[in-house]
Design a protein around this ligand. Structure first.
Ligand SMILES: [Zn+2]
Length: 273
């Protein structure tokens, strides 16, 4: 297909997208109206409130950007939006649906997705918040050079999307009390893992020498163990606490065990001591 034709098609498509209304209700104030809460474990909160259903947008790339072209070929507009919706809903339910700590979620009026070259960081994707919106960027080169079959690429992008979508919805602590990066990444990987997209780049469960080690997979498997064996829901509750503050003692507060005790129990569980 000639470049000109391709461009024209994209342009027409852009016009089409502009007139399509994908608007769910704009976030009014998710912070004040909590539809759930109280005592006990998840009460099967399956309803996602309008305030947790932002507008979704796929930002079109430029012809010639190989990652974008590959992405669009594999997903198209409909599947890309569907993936965004499914991952957003999944993550929201995981961290806010029916939790014991009824927590406000971030105000997110719109989530946009694009495939572009990420210049400064060697990373598959990142999530930023320009103008109060969430923008997920998949790295063009990562998408264009990811090895394997089309199905492999699709699966990888789906996994990355669940990770990035968690960054859209999670809390990051506050200025004076930022959690370690591996905890933020571990929570994002937790969504990915729970959805069944464990990454090939992660260590095996039980490996590592420290719970917040900067090595892919260490923290997520530790969190998953804590959530499964020690205190169901602890990951969501940790996220809830991160809205206000961060301290390692949160692990004790939420589970009755210090993070060191939990780490040793984790290592024992996998006989990795
Ligand atoms: Zn991340």
């Amino acid at each position: 297909m000639s470049t000109l034709l391709w461009r024209n098609l994209l342009y027409c498509f852009f016009i089409l997208l502009s007139v399509m209304s994908y608007s769910q209700e704009q976030m009014s104030d998710g912070q004040t109206e909590m539809p759930y809460g109280g005592e006990g474990m998840p009460d099967n909160q399956k309803e996602i409130p309008d305030s947790a259903r932002p507008q979704l947008a796929l930002l079109l790339g430029t012809a010639g950007e190989k990652g974008w072209e590959r992405f669009y070929e594999l997903f198209g507009y409909g599947n890309a939006i569907a993936l965004m919706q499914e991952s957003s809903d999944f993550v929201w339910l995981l961290v806010y649906g029916g939790r014991m700590l009824s927590t406000p979620w971030p105000t997110v009026p719109r989530i946009a997705l694009c495939v572009k070259t990420i210049v400064l960081k060697n990373t598959p994707a990142h999530t930023t918040f320009p103008d109060g919106e969430a923008l997920i960027t998949l790295d063009d080169k990562y998408v264009s050079t990811y090895p394997g079959s089309d199905d492999d690429v699709i699966t990888e992008i789906e996994g990355v999307m669940y990770h990035e979508m968690t960054h859209v919805w999670q809390w990051f602590g506050v200025k004076e009390f930022r959690p370690p990066g591996p905890l933020i990444e571990g929570i994002a990987d937790f969504s990915r893992l729970k959805k069944g997209f464990a990454s090939e780049n992660w260590v095996e469960p039980g490996q590592g020498y420290q719970w917040d080690q900067k090595k892919n997979g260490v923290t997520v498997y530790f969190l998953e163990y804590c959530d499964r064996q020690e205190k169901p829901g602890i990951v969501a509750d940790l996220n809830a606490k991160l809205k206000e503050s961060w301290d390692e003692s949160l692990f004790y507060e939420l589970s009755g065990k210090s993070v060191g005790q939990l780490w040793r129990a984790y290592k024992r569980f996998y006989k990795e001591l």
